[in-house]
Structures are given as C-alpha cells and as structure tokens.
Ligand binder design. Structure first.
Ligand SMILES: [Zn+2]
Ligand SMILES: [Zn+2]
Length: 400
C-alpha cells in the first residue's frame, strides 16, 4: 500500500510499504478514507523531535473496517469508524479510570500510545491506505453514514482535534458564563474556542498573529486578539474593562483577566515581546499565568516534549524553561496538561455532530491525495494563507 513516510528534516515522501495484517485476535484493519495532518506532526517534520526516519506518519484516521480478528465482536467488516489517536487497551488501571491517553499496556517506554508518533509505541501511522487498529473494540468508534458523505470532514476531526479542543475546556474548567482566553488559533485553538461557545461561555478571546487564523477565529464567534499589536494580556484586560465598566463591586477590578485560560500553541511558541518574534517555549504559559484571574484554571493541550533537538538553548533541548511558579501559586491557579483521552469525549461529540449542533468541519481547508502530502506539509508549516486543516484522502488520485 501507499503511505506517507518521514525521511528527514522537512522531508516526507509517499512510498510503498507492506499492507498491515491482523497480528492479534483483538485487531482490526481499516481502509482509511480520510487522514488529517496535525499541527503536532509538524514538530516531527521540522526535525524538532527525535522521530526516526522511516516512520509512517498520521494519527487522525477515519475509515471503513475491512477485517477483524477472531476476538472482535462489536465492530465488523463494512462498519464506518473513527479511530482515536491514542492507542489504548480499554481495561488497564488508567483506561478504566477514563485516561486512555495514559494506557499502561500499549507502549513499553511510557504510559500512552499513538499511531505514527515518536515515543508513542510501535504503531504505524494512518496517512496510508490501510491501518491496523489494536484493541479494536476500544479504538473503533462507529459513526453513521457512508464514506465520503457530508459528515466525512466532521468525523475525521473526532480522531484528535475536536476532542482535544473540548478537553482543553475541561482542563480549564469552562462552563456556562465562563470568561475564556485561548492562545493559538490553529485547528485545536479554533476548536477550543468553538467548544467554549458550545458550552455557553460568556466571553471567548483567541490570540494569534496570523491574519487568516484571526479571521477564522472571528468566523467561529470568538473575539480575535492580534499579538502583533502588543501584549495580548493587556489587550484582553482592556477589552474586559470596557465590557465590565459600571458594574463592578469594590475589589472586582482584581478580576479583569479571564477565569479560564487555554494554551493551544506548544513549545514552538513565538515571543510577541521580542522585536524579531523569536521562539520562546515559555511565552504562552507565562502570559496565561499573568492573564488568568486568582483561583482560575489553565488547560495546556499544545505539545511540549522532553527532548527537542532544535531547542533554543541547552535547557530548551531538554524541555525546560522558566516559569513564574510563585505567581501561579500565589494566584491559586490550577494547571492541567497532557494528551486528550479521546475515547472519553468522542462519542458525545459525534452525537453533537449527528444532531446538527456542532459543525467543526468548516475548519477543513484542503482534501488532497496522499501524493500531495509533501507539498501540504511544507505549506502547513509555513502557515501559507488558507492552510487551516489538511485532510489526506487516499482514494483520490492526482489529476492530470
Ligand atoms: Zn493530531
Ligand atoms: Zn489501557
């Protein structure tokens, strides 16, 4: 079959690899109909992880089951399924508690596994014609309809970015009436803001420095904050002062930040305070510690890694950076981090989509054949205007 293979820094190619086979009686094989490229794939593409050459990329698959192992009874050949990016067993100590992102049975090196990702176990990626899904009963979520229908784009987002946007809100404690600031208007940031609005948050701000991302943020109904115009924290506080003028009791001026902060950028953050807009992995968390009100919560779903070959200094290469922990503690802030346990949220988000109450698919900007992956990775990394979310569709062929 054909698959997208990481060859080196800023180099991917589409190559023939062996078809996957059933390796355990709990496996399924799916024919991939859509596999999205994720912002987190770009860290590997850019050489900012220790991902080995030869890795088949991709962890956001939607497809149709073509074969199941002898022990798989709840899904069958012909079922349309979305596959969470986490590989999980469903029955270990962490899975049983709902933390399928920290499964203890799928990765010899640490807690948690994923398809096509450095450090996440031996699982081949999903940007390919077929994918082996271990523990298929846990990892195949059935969705209605037929491959290529009007839900194709929405359902593929259930593999990672929509549940991750939702989980960011859970970590940040968002509920009806909350004030929310999201840093980063990539797909996860946009879906974090969108999820906050689905949860009836009162005010949702979203910070970025790229024109078409800010435009998209306004489109989903959030208030865009452009960090190229200066300190985003001051901009949000000024906006909140304006909105709350005349209705504060004494002391409430100390609460002019937001109650819920969401970090959707990760360690390759740009520093708005640096004239050259240099990278600063601590920038966004530092801004959130300043912005979030006393007793508020921060949810960090942007990716941070313990080994970054391209780190800006020896500390950054080990995933270490300065953080105002004293200020965080003084304000009594909670900080939630980590990968999303997709299995916990995807069924409910699927039902919101099917009921017509959630339409995350307006985010998908490109549907491309596998062969166009190299160009798509390059353009996505360069933040070329309009490259919001790219979905590879293996059945498409390059025209001409
Ligand atoms: Zn992803
Ligand atoms: Zn498990």
């Amino acid at each position: 079959m054909r698959a997208v293979v990481l060859k080196g820094t800023r180099e991917v190619s589409v190559e023939r690899v062996p078809d996957p086979e059933i390796e355990a009686p709990t496996d399924a094989i799916i024919r991939v109909t859509s596999a999205a490229i994720c912002g987190s794939d770009l860290h590997m593409f850019a050489g900012r992880t220790v991902a080995p050459a030869g890795l088949v990329l991709g962890h956001e698959p939607l497809g149709v089951v073509v074969e199941v192992g002898a022990d798989v009874t709840s899904v069958k050949s012909g079922d349309r399924v979305v596959v969470p990016f986490n590989v999980s067993c469903g029955v270990c100590f962490n899975c049983m508690r709902g933390f399928t992102s920290a499964c203890l049975a799928v990765n010899a090196d640490s807690a948690g596994g994923a398809y096509g990702y450095v450090g996440m176990g031996p699982y081949r990626g999903a940007q390919a014609e077929y994918l082996r899904v271990p523990f298929a009963e846990t990892n195949c979520l059935k969705v209605p309809g037929k491959a290529g229908d009007e839900w194709e784009d929405a359902f593929v987002l259930l593999a990672d970015v929509f549940p991750t946007g939702w989980y960011a809100n859970e970590l940040a404690g968002v509920h009806a009436g909350s004030t929310v600031a999201v840093f980063g208007a990539g797909p996860v940031g946009l879906l974090s803001a969108y999820s906050a609005l689905l949860k009836d948050a009162a005010e949702v701000y979203i910070v970025d420095g790229v024109d078409d991302r800010l435009a998209k943020a306004a489109e989903v109904g959030a208030c865009p904050i452009d960090f190229r115009r200066g300190d985003p924290v001051e901009q949000i506080v000024a906006e909140r002062r304006r909105k709350t003028a005349g209705k504060l009791r004494p002391g409430e001026e100390k609460m002019m930040g937001v109650m819920c902060g969401i970090e959707a950028v990760g360690y390759q953050a740009i520093d708005w305070s640096d004239p050259t807009m240099a990278e600063n992995p601590g920038r966004v968390l530092e801004d959130l510690i300043r912005l979030v009100n006393p007793t508020g919560r921060i949810g960090s779903v942007g990716l941070y890694v313990p080994n970054d070959p391209g780190g800006i200094n020896p500390h950054a290469k080990r995933g270490e950076f300065r953080l105002s922990f004293g200020k965080l503690w003084e304000k009594g802030l909670s900080l939630g981090t980590g990968q999303t346990p997709v299995v916990r949220f995807a069924p409910m988000l699927r039902d919101l989509i099917v009921a017509g109450k959630a339409r995350p698919d307006s985010l998908v900007s490109h549907r491309l054949p596998l062969e166009e992956a190299p160009e798509a990775y390059a353009k996505f990394e360069q933040r070329v205007a309009g490259y919001t979310k790219v979905v590879l569709r293996p059945e498409l062929r390059v025209s001409g």
